[in-house]
Each structure stands twice: as C-alpha cells, then as structure tokens.
Design a protein around this ligand. Structure first.
Ligand SMILES: Nc1ncnc2c1ncn2[C@@H]1O[C@H](COP(=O)(O)OP(=O)(O)OP(=O)(O)O)[C@@H](O)[C@H]1O
Length: 229
C-alpha cells in the first residue's frame, strides 16, 4: 500500500498540499480527482521524491521512501522524459540497463499491443504515440505500483480506448494504480476508488462501486456535490 499521511507542500509561500492523506492499495485503481491546479501532479511528484514535502509522511508498503522504491513504483508522466534523439528501441535498452525490475518480454508485448515501431525516433512521436510509449516505459517493469499522470490527455478516441483496455488487462491486475485524469466520465467504469482533492486535502475518498450501488451516484455526481459546497 502507498500511504500519504498529512502531506503538506508549499510553492512560493502558497500551500498546495495542506495535510493530504489517502491510500493506494495493490490490485486496485485509485483516481486522484481535482480541478486544474489542485495539486494532482504535485502529489505524484511527491510520492516519487521529485519534489520535497514540508510535512507529513509518504510510506510504501509501510516503509519511508528511498532509492529502493524506484524498482517498486513506476511513474508515467504526462510528457516524454527520454532523450529525443534516441529511437524507441534504444530507449527500451536504456531502461533495461537502468532497472533491475525491467521486464523486456513485457516491454515487447506492450510495443506490439500499442502497434509501436521500435525504429521510430522518440523526438518524432506524435502526442498520442508518445503517451503510449510512456505507458510502455511505466508498465514494463515488474513494479508493484504505477502512477499515471493524465494518460488520456490529448489522445484521440481510438487510442484512448486502446489505453483504457490496458486498465482491464493482466498488465495491471495485481498492481496498485494511481491515476489522474480530467476524462472522468469516460473512464469511470475502470476506477475502483476516487479521491477528490479540495483545498489541498482529500475532500472525499470513496469506493466507486459502493457509491454506485448504495447511493446511485457516479463519480461526476459526487464531484458536482463536493465542488458546489
Ligand atoms: N515548480 C513550481 N513552482 C511554483 N509553483 C508550482 C510549481 N509546480 C506547480 N506549482 C503550482 O502548484 C499548484 C498545483 O500544480 P499541479 O501541477 O500539481 O496541479 P494539477 O492538479 O496537476 O493541475 P492540472 O489539472 O492543471 O494538471 C498550481 O497552482 C501550480 O501553479
């Protein structure tokens, strides 16, 4: 489990995360929801140790973060981080050298699944193709947790459907996924748990299936209630 406990983060004197607490469980897809600027990307970066936090704790399977966690937690950012001059095949080799948990067979399977040409230069990829390649890089390692920042952003309908298929496949099954997306209506059937961010905190955290069956509300219904308070 990934646990955030009372996490605070300030940027230039302004509180972005203001005592945020929630958990991400293995074998389940958690969606972090918030308006633009709510701090969703900041949460992902804080979990990965890419930005320091002012207060609070972030635990991975009960242990404080450290270098060891990079084999356990993978991050799919909303932009390319690989050198643009490399071909995708070279990017995969680079990752294989870097991560002990890299699963070359799974990487090849994902490249085929997304119909990516390994000979194509990373710098030449369209936005949608870059997003798929980022998913290959994030899902290929044998990590227990995957963080995905806006994997559907700017992606065409059919590519979104292909990416959505990944969420219900064995590529995800056992792992804990933390996802941010503004396309909630489209992907809400894939999400197990929603965490709605408000004022830098978890304004509401709920099991989506229970919310649907017991209160007859979708995630978007709950969002409307929370944000109109
Ligand atoms: N490096 C930085 N320096 C100063 N302020 C920052 C920095 N990074 C983010 N912020 C601010 O922190 C707040 C949260 O940003 P963040 O990118 O986490 O939001 P978000 O919820 O991911 O937004 P969006 O939905 O628009 O992607 C914003 O007000 C942003 O301007």
């Amino acid at each position: 489990m990934i646990e955030l406990k009372g996490v605070r983060k300030r940027y230039r004197g302004r509180n972005v995360l203001n005592g945020l607490s929630f958990t991400v469980e293995k074998g389940s897809i958690t969606c972090l929801i918030g308006m633009n600027g709510a701090g969703k990307s900041t949460v992902m970066k804080a979990i990965m140790g890419l930005v320091p936090i002012k207060e609070g704790q972030i635990l991975i399977d009960g242990k404080p973060r450290g270098r060891w966690m990079y084999e356990k937690v993978s991050f799919v950012p909303d932009h390319l981080t690989m050198p643009l001059a490399m071909k995708m095949s070279e990017g995969l080799t680079f990752m294989a050298d870097f991560y002990a948990s890299w699963n070359a067979e799974r990487a090849a399977e994902l490249m085929r699944f997304f119909q990516l040409d390994p000979g194509e230069k990373i710098g030449n990829l369209s936005k949608g193709t870059a997003a798929k390649f980022n998913l290959v890089l994030g899902l290929a390692p044998n990590s227990d947790y995957v963080l995905m920042d806006e994997p559907f952003s700017g992606i065409d309908l059919f590519s979104r459907e292909t990416i959505a298929d990944v969420f219900s496949s064995e590529l995800i099954e056992e792992r804990g996924v933390l996802l941010t997306t503004h396309e909630i209506g489209e992907v809400e059937h894939l999400i197990d748990k929603a965490v709605i961010m408000q004022d830098g905190k978890a304004g509401m955290e709920f099991d989506c299936e229970t919310m649907r069956s017991e209160e007859g509300k979708s995630i978007v219904d709950v969002m409307r209630e929370v944000y109109s308070r």
